[in-house]
Design a protein around this ligand. Structure first.
Ligand code: PBG
Length: 321
């Protein structure tokens, strides 16, 4: 008897034996809100993506809710930056106002606030600077304050992305102290120092004025270290953990999922998005199919949730296998 694998590759059967399906339910849409804007402005390096004003952001979230997207993650661009990043915890800061505004007109979408100082500091680093270095422990109370102000504004969850040691513990304690023990933390636990963040730094104007982020983000060469990062974040109280970027780090997604079995997110970052969109614009590949294939690979590797700039398009067009 010859086992013929091709028997199950006819259209209907192929669908029936598919092991992985990306669903709109898995997706988290990143959104940029810019305090200086009255109207949305397209992001040149990320075709199809815009920086929003407060009003256009609210309308966009309504559209996403309508399409069944379960969650958004907010990145703020403040009018003014300073040395310490005080816009991050300002009760009238841009992300705080955005969370409040979204809650006025939508009720189902989960609003996650990205929690980092880099969009708010004049030097662009993710924490306080001392002697040309990001000072870990001095940064922690600022992250705690930021989390509390985001929760007070109505954020349903916070996502610390600065890769400071002990950030999850500091944020958990600050939230609990202020009566927000029910606010979950999605930790960017294994975040690599990646060139794939290039377009995001234009989108969020979060480029840095000196050095790089290799003093706090992980070395792409390391996998076992990611397990330590994730383990420590879980011990400190992370409810969900993230691997970022996604596609160049699918081995890490798989390891983390197998080792901990926690709700696991992967972030298909700006560069992953823009590469596909740029190649599609040139006619070098079919953008829609490439995007669905990329998202499928991320889910197949073990991600329960995918942060992707393609979420809206995916929800609109549905599955393209
Ligand atoms: C900020 C932050 C970055 C991203 C998410 N949060 C940039 C960075 O760390 O340099 C990247 C997202 C993307 O590229 O899509 N800490």
């Amino acid at each position: 008897m010859m086992r013929r694998m091709r028997r199950l590759r006819k259209p209907g059967l192929r669908r029936m034996v598919a092991e992985t399906r990306v669903s709109t339910d898995d997706l988290i849409m990143p959104l940029f809100v810019d305090e200086r804007l009255k109207k949305p402005v397209e992001i040149g390096s990320m075709p199809g993506q815009s920086r929003h004003s407060l009003e256009s952001l609210a309308r966009e979230v309504e559209a996403l809710e309508e399409l069944g997207i379960p969650a958004v993650i907010l990145f703020g661009l403040p009018e003014k930056k300073d040395e310490v990043g005080s816009g991050a915890w300002d009760p009238a800061g841009i992300v705080q106002r955005a969370a409040e505004r979204i809650k006025e007109t939508t009720s189902k979408v989960v609003v996650i606030a990205d929690l980092c100082l880099c969009e708010y500091t004049s030097h662009g680093h993710c924490g306080l600077i001392k002697n040309q270095e990001v000072a870990n422990d001095e940064t922690l109370p600022l992250l705690g304050k930021t989390a509390v102000s985001q929760a007070m504004a109505g954020a349903d969850g916070v996502a610390p992305s600065g890769m400071m040691d002990h950030m999850v513990a500091a944020i958990r304690a600050a939230l609990d102290d202020e009566g927000f023990s029910d606010i979950p933390i999605l930790s960017y636990a294994a975040k690599y120092a990646s060139s794939f963040y290039g377009p995001f730094r234009e989108a969020a104007e979060s480029g840095y004025s000196f050095g790089d982020r290799s003093g706090y983000q992980m070395d792409p060469a390391n996998a076992l270290e990611a397990l330590w990062e994730v383990r420590l974040d879980i011990e400190e109280g992370a409810d969900m953990i993230m691997v970022k970027p996604a596609m160049p780090y699918l081995d890490i997604v798989r390891m983390v999922k197998d080792e901990f079995g926690m709700p696991t997110a992967a972030y298909q970052v700006s560069g992953e998005y823009s590469m596909i969109m740029a190649a599609a614009e040139r006619g070098w590949l079919d953008g829609e199919r490439a995007m669905c294939e990329a998202l499928t690979s991320i889910k197949r590797a073990g991600a329960d949730m995918i942060l992707t700039y393609y979420a809206k398009e995916f929800a609109r067009k549905g599955w393209e296998g």
